[in-house]
Write a protein that binds this ligand. Structure first.
Ligand SMILES: [Zn+2]
Length: 383
């Protein structure tokens, strides 16, 4: 596309004979007002020089800038919402290169990324042979896990280092392993969840023609949901989450044009709650009371979505919360967010919509005390 000069992949190396070069990142600000955006004109050329999919640096920019990214791979279009200074983006690219490209040991850029079974990301250096882990607190790691590098090969060494002591378990044995330790359980459900297409992946594969203008026009577009997730994550870590109140959350969903949508409810469950879910439930309950709405149809769909978010929350992100599932359900029930019929329907039907089948079963099994409680309540009534 745009022709520009080349620079050293490591811009801190001031050596014109440095072997590793990349095209200098070219960006262009287009549009105005609310529609203003920054086009990453040669993102794919730069990414090729780094042996990374162009979505990685593009997504990284979005994450660092707290801005929406729009990626249309078939048409080679990568856009960050808002007006961003070229120098700033080049600096951010340096950060991306440092964290996700350069070998952690010798700083050579000839590396491949790969995922371990436990979903840690490693850089495999062709120059020195070191395998160095990526900081998994980086936001981009979620995107990489969901959109793994094409040439992912599971490397024995790092895996062994990661899962020392594993290997005693067969691939599909352990059927009655109710009491198996959390580590194995976590590993298993993570592996299962990784096989499932996520909403983000589905959106990425059908992304052709996605433009910033039609975001929010239907529930299929995930970008406002991503923006919501980002916003929540940022505010969670600031001042102990002081900026996250039911009101600011509702204002944000309204601003993004996704209030009352069922995917919004799922996203809220997945992003607001942590291992402190019981405290957080009390704090954020009004958001869910509002989001469930009152129209019957919408109401049910949103409740189901809430339960789907819960499956992902406890099944994928916080497996330690599985035993707390009945308490969570009860809290939603007593606050008129979830209805008995919906909980019973959900609890008695395993579904692969949100998580793998085994995880789905596990979560529902954990919910049994709640279902029993409903049954008993009913028996008492009829007596
Ligand atoms: Zn190296």
């Amino acid at each position: 596309m745009a022709s520009a000069g080349v620079v050293n992949i490591r811009r801190d190396v001031d050596d014109k004979f440095y072997r590793y070069k990349m095209p200098i990142l070219v960006t262009k600000i287009e549009g105005r007002g609310n529609g203003i955006k920054t086009v990453l004109s040669n993102m794919s050329d730069v990414a090729r020089a780094l042996s990374r999919p162009p979505s990685y640096p593009a997504k990284y920019f979005g994450g660092e800038l707290g801005a929406l990214t729009s990626m249309d791979e078939p048409n080679d279009k990568y856009i960050v919402n808002g007006a961003h200074d070229n120098a700033r983006l080049r600096d951010l690219l340096d950060g991306f290169i440092d964290k996700f490209v350069l070998c952690g040991s010798c700083k050579n850029p000839e590396t491949d990324l790969f995922l371990t079974k436990t979903e840690d990301i490693f850089r495999d250096c062709k120059a020195c042979g070191a395998q160095t882990g990526v900081d998994m607190r980086q936001k981009l790691t979620t995107w990489i896990i969901r959109n793994p590098p094409k040439r992912t090969k599971k490397k024995k060494t790092a895996e062994n280092a990661e899962n020392a002591g594993e290997g005693k378990e067969g691939e599909d044995g352990d059927k009655g392993g109710e009491g198996s330790d959390d580590d194995e359980f976590t590993k298993r459900i993570k592996a299962e969840a990784a096989e499932l297409p996520t909403a983000e992946q589905a959106a990425a594969s059908g992304v052709a023609g996605l433009s910033l203008d039609d975001e929010g026009s239907d529930e299929g577009g995930d970008s406002p949901l991503e923006a919501l997730t980002l916003w929540i994550e940022e505010n969670k870590s600031k001042d102990d989450g002081a900026g996250l109140t039911p009101q600011t959350i509702m204002d944000k969903t309204a601003e993004l044009g996704i209030e009352g949508k069922h995917k919004t409810v799922q996203t809220l469950v997945e992003s607001l709650f942590t291992e402190n879910v019981m405290t957080e439930l009390k704090k954020y309950m009004p958001v869910f009371q509002k989001a469930i709405g009152s129209e019957d149809e919408k109401n049910q769909r949103n409740q189901k979505s809430l339960l789907g978010g819960l499956e992902r929350l406890v099944g994928v992100n916080y497996p330690q919360l599985v035993p707390v599932v009945p308490k969570i359900l009860m809290e939603f029930y007593q606050n008129d967010v979830l209805e008995e019929d919906i909980i019973v329907q959900w609890g008695t039907h395993v579904s692969k919509k949100y998580v793998g089948k085994d995880v789905s079963k596990k979560v529902r099994k954990a919910a049994e005390p709640m279902l029993k409680w409903f049954e008993e309540a009913e028996d008492e009534e009829s007596e």
